[in-house]
Design a binder for this molecule. Structure first.
Ligand code: G6P
Length: 369
């Protein structure tokens, strides 16, 4: 087993550090930025159905559902197709409106999640066309779908999903750009620029991983925290959900992710000097808004840990801890901004003496209801 961990103490840490490679593997052979070429080889027979879709419904659970939320924003922004993201467990039991030819995208690392599989079977029974985004080759979900794309992340052993999330977002970003290209909803130059930025993500993730020692230090101050709040807006909202999920899964600290603007409708009541608030505040079009959310937290003496874009001058003056990540296009920022949050949960959990690879009560794949 120690050989399998490749010199790391835990699978989770190994998998976090594998991300530059796993993202590169997810991109391999699927884009040539200079030519504006983007193609997922596994999607061809039903490509026209996807390109002409009136709407897309994404079904998934857990971390895969978070990747689905990022995909919703990407596909709507670039390809201009309405997207809904559903918890597979809710979708399957609420008699959803699915008709002949409707498009479903099922996202699953393991390809074995019972609720996701059941959602697929239900939609298939009503004549939908199902695309899969899976990691495990030949898994039940991969076999149940009409077409799809693998994320090629390699085996993920740690129960808390890390490299699968970034692999899923990468493949879904490729899908969004491929649809935008076919639908001509982006100019040639916009498309090339986005592909170039996506291609550079592995280096940016590599750079973000250098934050490890700094994050370990920050983690020390929060080992005894009882609650955590994670806030983000736009593309960083799903990252807030994912950061909170990572922390609760492996450290057993109660954590909630929230869209930053929704804080005033509830969570703000919880903020006092005991409350750590992780704010993902990278420079994007909601930057000014998130800055004022930070001020609202500080006014109530919350402890703010801010994830910012390198070189940000304003936020460091206002917050308690600053984590600087390299810049990229807003749409791809989740691939970079999630890295410090994975590391933060890892270190906090380790310092609390938790089994980070096999947290209590959780399973790597949930094959029963
Ligand atoms: C379990 C795992 C999570 C995962 C979720 C969905 O809860 O612990 O890490 O995100 O299932 O799994 P899937 O294999 O369908 O992505």
């Amino acid at each position: 087993e120690s050989i399998e961990k490749g010199g790391y103490d835990y699978f989770m840490l190994k998998e976090i550090f594998e991300q530059p490679k796993s993202i590169r593997d997810a991109l391999r052979g699927r884009l040539i930025a200079a030519n504006g070429h983007v193609n997922l080889g596994g999607i061809h027979k039903y490509l026209d159905n996807l390109v002409n879709a009136k709407r897309i419904v994404i079904v998934a659970c857990g971390t895969s559902w978070h990747a689905g939320l990022v995909a919703e924003y990407i596909i709507e922004e670039f390809a201009r197709i309405p997207v809904e993201v559903e918890y597979a467990s809710e979708f399957r039991y609420r008699n959803p409106i699915i008709e002949e030819g409707d498009i479903i995208i099922a996202i699953s690392q393991s390809g074995e999640t019972a609720d996701t599989l059941a959602a697929i079977e239900l939609a298939k029974g009503r004549g939908a066309i199902i695309f899969g985004v899976c990691n495990v080759v030949g898994s039940s979900i991969a076999r149940a779908t009409h077409e799809g794309a693998y994320i090629h992340a390699g085996p993920e052993i740690g129960v808390a999903s890390t490299k699968a999330f970034t692999g899923q977002v990468t493949v879904l970003a490729l899908l969004g750009l491929m649809l935008a290209k076919e639908r001509k909803t982006l100019s040639e130059n916009q498309l090339k620029d986005l592909l170039r930025q996506l291609e550079r993500i592995p280096q940016k993730v590599e750079q973000a991983l250098k934050l490890n020692a700094q994050i370990e230090k920050i983690a020390k101050d929060f080992v005894d925290a009882r609650n955590f709040l994670y806030l983000g807006r736009g593309y960083n909202f799903p990252v807030a959900l994912e950061g909170a999920l990572k922390l609760k899964e492996i450290s057993y600290i109660h954590a909630e992710g929230y869209p930053a603007a929704e804080m005033k409708h509830g969570p703000i009541a919880l903020i006092d000097e005991e409350m750590p608030v992780v704010v993902i505040a990278t420079r994007d079009n909601s930057y000014d808004k998130i800055l004022s959310n930070i001020e609202e937290v500080k006014a109530r003496r919350g402890k703010v840990i801010a994830v910012v874009t390198e070189g940000d001058a304003a936020i460091p003056k206002k917050v308690d801890y600053v984590i600087e990540v390299p810049s990229t296009h807003d749409a791809f920022m989740p691939l970079v901004s999630v890295i410090p949050l994975q590391l933060l949960s890892y270190h906090v959990a380790l310092m609390r003496g938790c089994n980070v690879d096999q947290p209590r009560n959780l399973a790597k794949s949930v094959t029963v209801e």
